[in-house]
Write a protein that binds this ligand. Sequence first.
Ligand code: 3NM
Length: 209
Amino acid sequence: MKREQLEVYFIMGSQNVKSNEPLAVLEKALQAGVTIFQFREKGADARTGQAYEDFARACQKLCQKYTIPFIVNDDIELALKLDADGLHIGQDDLSVKEARKRIGEKILGVSVHTMSELEVAIQFDTDYVGIGPIYGTKSKDDAKPATGTRFLNQVATNYPSLPIVGIGGITPENTHEVIRAGGDGVAVISAICESEDIQATVQLFKINK
Ligand code: 3NM
């Protein structure tokens, strides 16, 4: 993948959208210029069964309309069934080795928090790594404590050719810190999902880099 594709990495599930119209939010974000999308339907209020799959397909269709990569969080079966563009996994999901073996050439992203996790991700040709939470976040129940940009900076310095996206509490106001530390882009849930003007917010993420 090209590292520019990580510039504004939008992540969403229906649980992140108060209006009950997540597809409308996704389409606004796509129109506004997000560069990649991750389907992350998780938590107590998440859709399940057929409703989950139908919603994923609807999100994928919108991403295809705007020619933006559609990445599935955690659920490799869904990623394969829908022929998604990629899969993003954390450390509690299936192993990086198994994920790479099963998805072949699709985009693989891995969340890493330590150098040893990073080395495993690289060993199995991760296309990018997600590093966070950089700042405090309310969008992930089991998030680790916020770390700031130190680890991200260490990774960017040691692995200059590895695409990196920062995540966790990122807003248009702090995005430049992530980029200055060596991130190629920012992964965002709430600053976009809860924005009253998604067009303006996405533009600000790009301008403030
Ligand atoms: N992963 P927001 S933080 C999905 O640290 C996710 O790996 C994180 O949401 C990690 O932009 C996070 O609302 C939530 O803070 C990001």
